[in-house]
Design a protein around this ligand. Sequence first.
Ligand SMILES: *Cc1c(COP(=O)(O)O)cnc(C)c1O
Length: 355
Amino acid sequence: MHREDLAPATLAVSSGRPARVPGGPLNAPITMASALVPGAASEYGRHGNPAWESFEEILGTLEGGRALAFSSGMAAATALFDLVPLHGVVVAPHGAYNGTLTQLRERARRKLIELRLVDISDTGSVVDAAHEAALVWIESPTNPGLELADVKAIAHGATAVGTAVAVDNTFATPLRQRPLDLGADFVIHSASKLLSGHSDVVLGAVVTNSDRAYRAIEARRTTMGAIPGALETWLAARGMRTLAVRLDRAEANARELTRRLEASPLVSRVRYPGFGTVVSFEIAAGPTAAQAMTEQSEVIIYATSLGGVESTWERRRRNPAEPTTVPDGLVRLSVGIEDVEDLWADLERTVSAVS
Ligand SMILES: *Cc1c(COP(=O)(O)O)cnc(C)c1O
């Protein structure tokens, strides 16, 4: 049986395991070591640790490339931005994750790069902006606006003019979108979200199918030192074993909640891209009421971040760093794997209470 024939749900379970030897463990152990016996690729824990390999192999297999784990999603993004030549142009969505935009804006302010912000759902303008650029950064769906990019068309257009393409695939996961297959050069993940899936890990990754790029990014990781912890990669690898079932269940919940929210007269706008586990919506009663609503829920937890088994929500603009392009009242709901009737009852009760 060839591994390429296996479905993603199977690969998530079967890849990244140690060789099957009598008495050996089924799962890779957590290797707590700063120094390793010389003679292999790494002899120091910043250069490489066997503890990272299981996570990297599972993610690389699912994305169709080779993965490098980093200490956070932002550390992974930073490693890539560091490869942009001085004064190089970076094209990015104006609706991207606020941490990404903050970093790109800071680099632009320091004149390290030139930043071109685009509407990522307008393929023509993204491809136009890619001319004489070093990097097109795609996020799809975007956080928290849930806009979609045509990754294939943008990658085609950007590649034709020699511009590299990176996709932040945090919201879609490789089970819903495989950017390398669509022509992108890099995939970036915040593994803190759906990949690890239990809101107990901060971790990131870059995936590429170019050996040259892999070596360059690995060298960045070694030099800059934004390496993952052994426990974090172990937890994320364990989380990815159940990614397919968690995603299916949370996505089914998200679809159902979207349907009911759209039918509610108390809700003014619902955004859901048709897949994934995040729903963003606004209520007719306005931003102050939306804030109160999120603080009153019982099943849904009032908290930031997303992609865990537990449902969480927050009004994004309560964070002063959130771009003003995000509506003041927008609530980002990360749907978990609870019973959908319990989630709806909580939602209906809280939205009614503040309306
Ligand atoms: C959370 C997030 C990040 C940042 O990842 P960290 O692991 O928090 O550093 C980047 N992109 C998206 C889309 C995110 O949701």
